[in-house]
Design a protein. Sequence first.
Length: 229
Amino acid sequence: MVATHRLLSLLGVLAAVSIGAAQSTTVRIMPLGDSITGSPGCWRALLWRKLQTAKITNTKFVGTLPAQGCGFTYDGANEGHGGILATGIVAKKQLPDWLSQTHPDIVMMHLGTNDVWNAQTPEAILAAFDAMVDWMRASKAGVKILVAQIIPMNPPNCAQCGARVVALNKAIPAWAAGRNTTESPVVVVDCWTGFDTAKDTRDGVHPNDSGNQKLADAWFGPLVRAIQG
Ligand SMILES: *[C@@H]1O[C@H](CO)[C@@H](O)[C@H](O)[C@H]1NC(C)=O
Ligand SMILES: *[C@@H]1O[C@H](CO)[C@@H](O)[C@H](O)[C@H]1NC(C)=O
């Protein structure tokens, strides 16, 4: 009896130790995108602060670009390249190098804004996403991929851009389901719903303070599930 009890206690201790170890493993997160993500992309600062408030501190944001100023210190490495297109990243084969320098466990991508601005079709953009998923999985077989249905846009020089974003966003869920696997889940994050270009951007494209808050809120739940899942 005593021996059994001791064995059970020991098992309990071992279980507790392994749970503790799982929680303290650092999860490497790459925010991948364009200027909406990188310059300055202060929704990432708000998102990081929300994680700290929720006591989720086993994260490291990764990317070859540094944090930009957002009023407080935060973990702000990122892969948000101003002006970049998803189709351009693939044409120039840029992602493998970024991945090999940073080794993300989770990639959160908000891409397509500059593609639709340059009249790339949803098919062309999703073909680029396909190539990027392949590169991410070559970097880490179990990578978790969060893909945004991107925020709306209404720049002065592109009357069609708003509808093009809607068309891209509409095509993303079926594309994501087709690339989803148990080992390397692809999860769609709705950044579009509730985002208003008139109230939440400064120029029809880039989030202002209220837009940044909405983006942080949109990413938070899916990112926490990916960190803890
Ligand atoms: C992919 O599968 C996961 C469960 O493993 C699910 O949570 C997620 O919503 C799926 N993604 C898509 C786009 O269907
Ligand atoms: C966001 O930008 C819009 C348009 O410039 C402005 O009306 C709004 O007051 C701004 N809101 C915040 C919180 O910065």
